[in-house]
Design a protein around this ligand. Structure first.
Ligand SMILES: [Zn+2]
Length: 613
């Protein structure tokens, strides 16, 4: 008993440790009942199947491909369906004997000897494909179904090998002619391909696979479930050929199998527990993880071994993100909803759905004598930050957005945008030197409030993807902004902090980018809530404008933090996003509500602060 359980447990541990590192090797694909496909042979071939199953009958001295004798069609000869395509591919220089194809030649007729005699005859007509005395064949046949007696195997051509069974006994000579060992999966398990194999079945399979591998033969099962979970498990178990009716899907699955899995080297310790009590709201810090849905949050949480600063909050809600003119929002309408409390059209920045300019939380807090700041890993003119100070009918009206900015109430900006300003204006960053705004390049260590000066810190684009916005700077940008806005300030501040590139991870279908951006964002969240805890009158909201990529997490490993992310699309989706609240007034944020309620709740907390003081 101990041995049996430890075998499968050990296997799972080993597999997940190895996976994600460089040892990943795609499995070979076996096209089950290939002749039943809409386009036999070619469909399997273009999807990289190296083994093709062909059921064969001999009838009137001709080899026919069919599942049943009464389904034989005159046109479906073996030669027509499975030899002529090879001739055509060879003519185009496509076939080579580096990776010979395998035909699993399943003899359905009782006359296996006649069938094989005819096969040798057909192959002899195509020496360019099936070789000769010196030249190796580009195709190896594995004869299955009605096979001759093992002792007769030696009588057949070099390229004709046979399908063995794991529990049949062969002499050494017979074994030389066995090219594959197959068995009925149903002898080992009733598994339907969903969830997991039970330990007992797993152990039996591990046993038979290792027995076959000891003979140095590849193994295949028939009658297998045909699902992502089953392909994954067969591959993990070391089954050499993944048996499928859908070669395209299997190929696509394993194409992404490695890049979809990610272990983060940038995990962090979460040294925080919520225990402070809070007074009335004085400061509000709204943190937006662009594109951060529940799957993205879970990916970060699992990659960081089950802990995030974002998982230490006690108030959670969900925000519905639908735009005025579209089920699925973009960052312009999503940002505008949270900044102004108006459901608006996609691409609109700071305008209501009829195109009228709106006051944002930046303007409203400024009216209350508070300071206002923006931090982003995006550009100055990015959709999310500009929703807090701009008024434009298209998020791409960058000149207009810059003009809105220099007439805005933002007291401090830290983000990217140097290159963007240089591309937009002849005088580059000097274009924003107006109304007290003062561009600062890169250095934001020692910002000190100065009468009449509003710093615009433009950090150079230095991230690994060349997209701008180094996620590792997120934490420093946020803490610098808080320190700056909090200095000599009795009236409080409103700060929006955006992690812009979780969204890019979704658009790029990159599990790695999602996780790395999210973990960097979480480190910034950690600093922000530590400030809030000490300060006692700060509200912190962490949320998203929308989900990106339709991400799901089919697999992973809780122990070592490996996460497999799969994506449904390259665009945003309409699924609700989490709202996490900490500090003063945080309990207002539980429940499920439209994104504009984030604005309404913040504003009502700020209003009550004024009224009560
Ligand atoms: Zn996006």
């Amino acid at each position: 008993m101990f041995n049996k359980i430890s075998l499968s447990t050990l296997f799972i541990l080993c597999f997940f440790t190895v996976f994600g590192q460089e040892t990943f090797k795609k499995p070979q694909i076996h096209s089950h009942n290939d002749y039943l496909k809409y386009v036999p042979f070619y469909e399997a071939y273009i999807n990289g199947a190296s083994s093709i199953e062909i059921d064969v009958f001999i009838h009137k001295d001709e080899l026919y491909v069919a599942h049943d004798f009464d389904k034989i069609k005159k046109v479906n000869t073996f030669e027509e369906l499975y030899v002529k395509p090879l001739v055509s591919l060879l003519g185009r220089g496509e076939l080579s004997n580096e990776n010979p194809l395998q035909y699993l030649f399943d003899i359905k007729s009782d006359d296996s000897i006649g069938c094989l005699k005819k096969l040798e005859e057909v192959c002899a007509k195509y020496p360019q494909i099936f070789g000769g005395v010196i030249k190796p064949s580009l195709v190896n046949f594995i004869i299955t179904g009605n096979r001759p007696e093992p002792k007769a195997y030696k009588n057949y051509s070099k390229f004709i090998l046979f399908d063995g069974r794991p529990y049949e006994v062969y002499t050494e000579k017979e074994l030389e002619k066995i090219g594959l060992i197959s068995d009925n999966f149903r002898k080992y398990s009733r598994w339907n391909g969903k969830g997991r194999l039970i330990d007992k079945d797993m152990d039996t399979l591990i046993h038979v696979i290792s027995k076959v591998h000891t003979l140095k033969k590849p193994i295949r099962f028939w009658a297998t479930p045909d699902s992502k979970s089953s392909w994954e498990v067969f591959h993990q178990l070391g089954v050499d050929f993944v048996n499928t009716d859908n070669t395209k899907a299997v190929s696509a699955y394993f194409e992404n199998a490695q890049t979809s899995r990610y272990f983060s080297p940038n995990g962090h310790t979460v040294d925080f527990s919520e225990n402070a009590t809070f007074g009335k709201v004085k400061n509000v810090i709204l943190m937006i993880g662009d594109g951060m849905g529940l799957a993205q949050l879970s990916a970060g949480l699992l990659a960081n071994k089950g802990e995030l600063y974002m998982s230490k909050f006690s108030n959670y809600g969900f925000s519905m993100t639908q735009a005025a003119d579209d089920f699925t929002t973009d960052s312009a309408a999503g940002g505008t909803a949270m900044a102004t409390g108006s459901i608006t059209k996609n691409r609109y920045i700071g305008l209501d759905a009829s195109g009228n300019p709106l006051k944002s939380l930046v303007d409203l807090s400024s009216e209350k004598g508070m300071k206002a700041g923006i931090v982003t890993t995006d550009n100055l003119v990015g959709a999310t930050p500009s929703a807090f100070y701009g008024h434009q009918a298209d998020r791409d009206m960058s000149e207009g957005i810059v003009n809105d900015f220099i007439h805005s109430n933002v007291d401090l900006f830290i983000g990217n945008g140097k290159e963007k300003l240089e591309a937009l204006f002849d005088n580059g960053i000097q274009a924003i030197r107006k109304n007290g705004y003062s561009p600062v390049i890169d250095s934001f260590e020692n910002l000190r409030p100065q009468e009449g000066v509003k710093p615009v810190v433009l950090v150079s684009n230095t991230d690994a993807n060349g997209e701008g916005g180094n996620p590792l700077m997120m934490k420093k940008m946020a803490t610098t902004a808080i320190k700056y806005l909090n200095q000599n300030n009795d009236n409080g501040f409103f700060l929006m902090v955006e992690s812009a590139k979780i969204d890019s991870g979704g658009h790029n279908n990159s599990t790695e980018q999602v996780i790395e951006e999210l973990l960097a964002f979480d480190k910034a969240v950690g600093e922000v809530i530590k400030f809030a805890e000490k300060e006692g009158h700060t509200l912190v909201i962490v949320t998203a404008d929308h989900e990106t990529g339709g991400m799901s997490l089919p697999q992973g490993n809780k122990i070592n933090g490996m996460v497999q992310g799969m994506f449904h699309s390259h665009d945003h989706t309409g699924i609700a996003v989490p709202v996490m609240a900490y500090g003063a007034g945080a309990n207002e944020f539980s429940g499920i509500y439209q994104n504009i309620e984030i604005f309404n709740k913040i504003l009502s907390l700020l209003n009550s602060k004024i009224e009560k003081e």
